[in-house]
Design a protein around this ligand. Structure first.
Ligand SMILES: [Mn+2]
Length: 301
């Protein structure tokens, strides 16, 4: 439903723009959309949308601006990839829907909206690429895929708390809720380095910080939902996150892992979350490049 509405709005805007351009506009105008390679949703393979939501965070707010700044960064970096000799906008048909309006005061309803939206995208046989926002929004995507997909989650934190400050829908409980749906054995966590003893115990049935060999076995020929919390990286590389945690991963270490997953499994959806604005712009540039590279790795199969 939501997509149909957005699609109609988009069409109206297009018609309006056509006439405006015909008579008034001499130059192209730079948009704040994620770089797109197709004009309409029907031609897209990858559908990008943002969820500007950070209502359950308990440390640093601001990830509601994540989708906006990732888009900005993606417009400033080269879509051509030197390592692969390919241009992501030529290899992958990307279309940006814009931001999904969250229900600011209701985390559960926000997750439901994400779930409905992702289900619509799945119905259209497209690939959802979600920009966050706090990590709770990933739960909506996981619910939409249900038992169809295993999860590979890059994160400094377990996010496995049973309940947090009276809330069972929060940024640090979402993976627990996800585990209740798809089972602990279908989840792999990479880069985890902090949590409480209960999360530590609960995570024992999951594949946590696996060796490359074990990860390769876990993902091989499976459907994978890939969730990247930018705090998995060391704060030196990605300081603009909601909950920074020291002793993190180096981007150059993470990239071949993503390449392995992309080339040996079937990634069916992806999100990049927890980006918050800082003046140095490091975090969103890393997020944008990571998205471009992941899409290119997936398109190389
Ligand atoms: Mn995290």
């Amino acid at each position: 439903m939501e997509i149909n509405r957005l699609w109609q709005d988009n069409l109206k805007t297009k018609i309006k723009c056509f006439f405006v351009q015909l008579f008034f506009m001499k130059y192209e105008f730079i948009t704040s959309k994620f770089p797109s390679s197709v004009e309409n949703i029907r031609d897209a393979e990858v559908i990008v949308f943002g969820v500007p939501y950070d209502a359950t965070v308990d440390f640093l707010p601001g990830t509601r601006f994540g989708p906006k700044i990732i888009r900005e960064a993606a417009n400033f970096i080269e879509p051509f990839d030197v390592e692969l000799g390919k241009n992501v906008l030529e290899e992958v048909k990307i279309f940006d829907l814009g931001d999904l309006e969250p229900v600011r005061g209701d985390a559960k309803k926000t997750v439901e909206r994400v779930e409905e939206q992702v289900k619509e995208i799945i119905k259209m046989k497209k690939f959802p690429l979600m920009l966050g926002g706090e990590h709770l929004i990933s739960l909506g995507a996981v619910k939409a895929f249900g038992k169809d997909a295993k999860i590979v989650c890059f994160d400094a934190h377990y996010d496995l708390k049973e309940v947090w400050q009276g809330c069972d829908y929060a940024h640090n409980t979402w993976l627990r809720r996800a585990a209740e749906i798809i089972g602990e054995k279908n989840i792999s966590l990479i880069g985890v380095r902090t949590g409480d003893e209960f999360e530590y115990d609960f995570s024992k049935k999951m594949l946590v910080n696996p060796s490359i060999e074990d990860l390769a076995k876990f993902v091989k020929e499976n459907k994978i939902y890939l969730s990247i919390d930018m705090d998995v990286f060391d704060p030196a590389y990605a300081p603009g996150v909601g909950t920074p945690e020291p002793f993190g991963l180096v981007p150059a270490y993470v990239l071949p892992i993503i390449e392995l997953i992309a080339k040996t499994s079937n990634i069916i959806g992806m999100d990049v979350v927890e980006v918050r604005p800082l003046e140095d712009r490091k975090t969103e540039v890393l997020a944008a490049r990571l998205i471009f590279k992941s899409l290119l790795y997936m398109s190389q199969i």
